[in-house]
Design a protein around this ligand. Sequence first.
Ligand SMILES: Nc1ncnc2c1ncn2[C@@H]1O[C@H](COP(=O)(O)OP(=O)(O)OP(=O)(O)O)[C@@H](O)[C@H]1O
Ligand SMILES: [Mg+2]
Length: 283
Amino acid sequence: MAVKEMYAIPSQWNTPHSKEDLEPTEIEFRNVGKCFPAKGKAEAPFAIREVNFKIRRGEVVSIIGPSGCGKSTILNMGSGLYRPSEGEVFVGGEAVVGPVRKVAFMLQKDLLMPWRSIRRNVELGLEIQGMAAAQRQPIAEDLLNRCHLQGFADHYPFQLSGGMRQRAALARTLAIDPQVLFLDEPFSALDAQTKMILQQDLARMLFEEKKTALFITHDLVEAIAMSDRLLVMSARPGTIIEEISVDLPFRDNPLERRKLPEIGPLAGRLMELLKVGEDTELH
Ligand SMILES: Nc1ncnc2c1ncn2[C@@H]1O[C@H](COP(=O)(O)OP(=O)(O)OP(=O)(O)O)[C@@H](O)[C@H]1O
Ligand SMILES: [Mg+2]
């Protein structure tokens, strides 16, 4: 029996104290481990081990941790691209055993198709789902407007700046109307100001549409500015060493949240946990 179950809090003490607590669990990792076979070694070393967390519907949670600790591996398992070596992963209450329809994945690289116009790139997921062109067009149009790409629908990816391409990738990610978004360093290749504007757009859309998101970033202030909660990971084999609630206003407005005086001390706490500035080995 898991320790947690042995010492479960009596239910009368565990009553929800806010509306958010009533939201169902959307993503759950239960004792998840993943090992990859290593060349010339009989035993495959664990990349992550005993990863446990729950994310409620509508929450935005960031994972931070040193390079190689297994952050992308966690997202790959959440979206069904990798199977865990041990433990279980659930999305929307169902065990993940392959690609999940209600999930969208956005990466650092925009992965736009160079031979398709921006509009047709945004429509791609809907086209794959078999939606008719007449139905797809207004959806793509609306998303291009909301992502500030009006006027660029008929351009091709090579005609856009890096920030605009990443906006188009965001529009394409949102086009299939996913309930859950896995975002793997989506803005890390952008300059600081473009990044802040995209964070603002994403945060607003996630909030308005009550999407659930698991976000990976190396930018500690970005994590604080965008999230309800932070999961801090240790170096390999990665596991969650600390869970921090970001009890600050403006989850829908990271530009405002960045100005709050609490940001500095919280970033300092994360630096301590990650031992930034101390001699750490990179994997
Ligand atoms: N497909 C794979 N085959 C073999 N090893 C892998 C594979 N994917 C990940 N790994 C290993 O698992 C570990 C975790 O990798 P992962 O990419 O999840 O780290 P990360 O935390 O996302 O790192 P970064 O911050 O640099 O993106 C690394 O040691 C990596 O080499
Ligand atoms: Mg990664």
